[in-house]
Ligand binder design. Structure first.
Ligand SMILES: Cc1ncc(COP(=O)(O)O)c(C=O)c1O
Length: 337
């Protein structure tokens, strides 16, 4: 059905800026580089999840839910922004933090996003595994059952495959926003580079571009799983999202581009390329990236440019999906840069 018919609540400050990165462009000597500032969506320090949550909270409010329940890594930005949206809308929020980064230190466990989760008043649960999506989602259903028994009306945000990628609709809208801004600026975008985690963002951008008949390429940089698993996931979600957005059958396998060359040893774990990207973005463009998502995605962008993939004069947009608070969970690593 048309996007306008889905229940939605405004949470993100949009449109976010689309601006050039002249210093990185000059330094790398390849295509013209731009950044789409979705770190500026505003909700409790911003990030891509604000756009996605507009549709989840829209549905939650339509169902008259009073409690929202979600799971994520300890430094999850999604969880933090869900807690913020719930607070803003006068709802309770229960969050489950998964033990996904086993080598993390005390700052990772207590600062950054977790600190904000507490400040935002969310009730925190812990889940001992980090790569058990079905189990983590089942644990959310158990929390929901408890809330129901206590007389509440819970709404669960499930992210494991098999659930409709409602949040992706936020990026169907986001992709349209990029196209409109590029048109206003007289810019012909060749490629968008973004971090690919749950795949909601990449799937939504792909479907949104199709809806507008755009042939901009989307390069997803894996931050959680290898590229075989991630391409499958992006394809499946993009297909469902395209159907949800009113353009069924628009996505094909050829639209899916993901690389795990910048993942390193896994989710949330440092790589030298990530550290270089984190420092370069800060010191050349004044941009704060995060070690888990956006600095790995920027490492991907830098790597692809250095491989000589793009021609001079081409225009590449880095989708800055936020993650800002997580840097405080990685203090010692950042002090060492
Ligand atoms: C800052 C940031 N960037 C990128 C992503 C990845 O987005 P997606 O999960 O939609 O693939 C996330 C996901 O949590 C995130 O927090």
């Amino acid at each position: 059905m048309p996007i306008a018919d889905y229940p939605r609540v405004t949470l993100a400050h949009t449109p976010t800026p689309l601006e050039p990165m002249p210093n990185l462009t000059k330094l790398l000597g390849g295509p013209n580089l731009f950044v789409k500032r979705d770190d500026c969506t505003g909700l409790a320090m911003g990030g891509n999840k604000a756009r996605q949550l507009e549709f989840y909270f829209g549905e939650a409010l339509a169902q008259k839910a009073d409690t929202v329940i979600i799971t994520g890594a300890v430094q999850s930005n999604f969880v933090r922004m869900t807690a913020a949206a719930a607070a803003k809308l006068g709802m309770a929020c229960e969050i489950q933090l998964e033990s996904r980064v086993k080598t993390a230190g005390p700052e990772y466990e207590a600062s950054g996003n977790v600190l904000l989760d507490r400040l935002l008043g969310a009730k925190i649960h812990y889940y001992p595994e980090g790569e058990d999506e079905a189990g983590a989602d089942k644990a959310l259903d158990d929390i929901a059952e408890r809330v129901r028994k206590e007389g509440g009306n819970p709404y669960v945000i499930h992210l494991s495959p098999g659930h409709p990628p409602l949040g992706s609709l936020g990026y169907v809208v986001g992709a349209g926003e990029i196209i409109d801004q590029a048109d206003e600026q007289g810019l012909k975008i060749d490629t968008i580079v973004l971090a690919s985690g749950s795949a909601a963002t990449q799937a939504g951008v792909l479907a949104g571009l199709k809806l507008r008949k755009s042939d901009i390429r989307v390069n997803g940089i894996c931050v959680r799983r290898n590229q075989d698993a991630q391409s499958e996931r992006v394809l499946r979600q993009a297909e469902v999202c395209a159907e949800m957005a009113g353009c069924p059958g628009a996505i094909s396998k050829d639209d899916i581009h993901v690389t795990d060359n910048y993942l390193g040893d896994g989710y949330g774990l440092s790589t030298l390329e990530m550290q270089e990207a984190l420092a370069l973005a800060a010191q050349k463009e004044g941009l704060i990236l995060d070690p888990v998502y956006t600095a790995k995605a920027m490492a991907g962008l830098i790597g692809i440019v250095r491989e000589g993939t793009f021609k001079a004069g081409q225009n590449v947009v880095f989708l800055h999906t936020g993650g800002t608070p997580a840097i405080f969970g990685y203090r010692s690593m950042i002090e060492g840069l």
